[in-house]
Design a protein around this ligand. Structure first.
Ligand SMILES: O=c1[nH]cnc2c1ncn2[C@@H]1O[C@H](CO)[C@@H](O)[C@H]1O
Length: 480
């Protein structure tokens, strides 16, 4: 029989190697942890254990979980991986935005919808029905609920149907996913809506106890009722102004930075132009813009290596341009796009978006660990996009158990039927960690979100101090 004391020591040693394993808990934190362990045991004993189910079926169960309520109250630090048009609950868009005057809608040939706000009948779109004024449409209807439901259905992937039937493959779900963004595009890029939309987005994260955001933005051109529109710098400035306004109203919100992005469908010469534009914006908004990234499905876009000339421009010219590349959001092991992880590191990325494939790349894994290049793990996104079924088997579960640099984020909460950051924190805490993850893990994930952020050293110290005050309050209010 192996020596029980030696065994005990090994178990302890192993626990200390996981994310947060080194965090020394105060008495109050220890009491909170005792409480959480009990809650988690009850949760894991349930027949329907939410992390093992599809999020669309698990959402209501998660909402009624006492652990989830606690995680909502927990100060979570920053959310570092989010996309511009998908940070707001679609219910708000349907009930608030589509009921505003001058809102037109049309139906595309493939039964998706488009919106535009206009002071007069808008010019017809190719492959689209004629534009209908929503106000007129609703006035003609006895019951507007069906219309509202169908609009909602066009703006989010969330559904009461069986998700495996509605979205049977990655190809199907990505196609529908991109259609939602196109529908959202015209709806939120009307200047007054855009300001309210973004303010609402900040509010949703704020009430979820997130104090800082890094938002990946395509910087769509914003437009007015008469059809005139502005340039990308105007959009960036609008983000900055609304953030200032939000901070004035909520002094304990730390703020936000943007990562300028472009869709990876573009060709090399377009990319060169976009990188030039990125360098100009970075120069004009040095503190507000954090850097640059490529978005869209990796499997159907060009690999990073294809863009090597354009992406090397800033370094060649000695212009600072931090990268925050999506990489390894793929199951296609060994293909050209699967090399994005190594290429992102070769191009000196500051963090890795997703990094889902990282455990299958021992060298990239080692490099990211040694350089402190954190993964931005978005569990619910990966499940909804059909990369992993049971979230207990998410690759980041193993990475969390070996303290790989990582942060948790929610990617596109509006489109996934989530909101804020707590649903993904729940998955990481309960699903990745099992009974093992504890208050120290939560604490470290929150601290990571500040330490691995694009904030300057000085800003990080300020943010950490603010977070610590919030954390102490949270612990003393919830540890019995
Ligand atoms: O998880 C993701 N991986 C890659 N691209 C994404 C993801 N979520 C959203 N987008 C991309 O962001 C754009 C809007 O800013 C969307 O069009 C989509 O292509």
């Amino acid at each position: 029989i192996p020596d029980p004391r030696q065994r005990e020591a090994l178990i302890k040693q192993e626990a200390s190697m996981q994310t947060g394993g080194q965090v020394v808990l105060t008495d109050a934190e220890q009491r909170l942890d005792d409480l959480l362990v009990k809650m988690k045991q009850e949760e894991m004993a349930k027949a329907d254990f939410p992390p093992s189910m599809h999020f669309f079926k698990a959402r209501d169960l998660i909402r009624s979980s006492p652990i989830f309520s606690l995680l909502q109250k927990m100060p979570k630090g920053g959310a570092l991986h989010l996309h511009d048009l998908a940070i707001v609950d679609v219910e708000w868009l349907v009930k608030n935005v589509t009921y505003r005057p001058h809102c037109y809608m049309c139906l595309t040939d493939d039964r998706s919808i488009r919106f535009v706000f206009s002071s007069q009948q808008p010019k017809p779109l190719l492959h689209c029905s004629t534009w209908m004024l929503l106000e007129d449409l609703r006035a003609k209807m006895a019951n507007v609920t069906d219309l509202d439901n169908s609009i909602r259905g066009n703006l989010t992937l969330f559904t009461d149907q069986d998700p495996e039937v509605a979205y049977p493959s990655q190809d199907v779900v990505w196609k529908i996913f991109e259609q939602k963004f196109q529908a959202l595009w015209g709806l939120v890029t009307y200047v007054p809506v855009f300001k309210d939309y973004f303010y609402q987005g900040l509010s949703e994260f704020y009430v979820d106890n997130v104090m800082y955001l890094e938002l990946r933005v395509l910087l769509p051109e914003l437009y007015e009722l008469d059809g005139c529109s502005y340039d990308k710098a105007y959009t960036l400035k609008t983000y900055q102004d609304v953030t200032k306004q939000f901070r004035a109203n909520h002094p304990d919100f730390f703020g936000m930075k943007v990562i300028f992005t472009v869709h990876r469908q573009v060709n090399a010469s377009v990319m060169t132009g976009v990188v030039e534009e990125a360098m100009k914006l970075q120069k004009d908004f040095p503190d507000f813009m954090a850097g640059f990234d490529l978005v869209g499905r990796e499997d159907s876009g060009k690999p990073l290596w294809y863009f090597r000339d354009a992406l090397s421009l800033p370094a060649d010219r000695g212009v600072p341009m931090p990268f925050f590349f999506h990489a390894g959001e793929t199951n296609l092991q060994g293909t050209e796009v699967d090399e994005n992880l190594l290429d992102a590191l070769l191009l000196n990325t500051s963090r890795i978006g997703h990094g889902f494939a990282l455990p299958r790349h021992p060298l990239a894994k080692d490099m990211s660990r040694r350089r402190g290049v954190a993964l931005e793990v978005c569990p619910i996104s990966n499940q909804v996009m059909n990369m992993v079924k049971d979230l207990r088997n998410h690759p980041a579960a193993a990475l969390m158990s070996e303290d790989h640099p990582m942060v948790i984020s929610s990617d596109d909460p509006g489109i996934f039927g989530a909101s804020g950051l707590s649903y993904d924190f729940y998955i990481a805490f309960v699903g990745f960690g099992g009974i093992r993850s504890h208050v120290g893990s939560l604490k470290q994930l929150a601290i990571n979100s500040i330490r691995y952020s694009a904030l300057s050293q000085k800003q990080q110290e300020e943010a950490l101090a603010l977070w610590q005050t919030k954390w102490n309050k949270f612990v003393s209010e919830n540890a019995f």
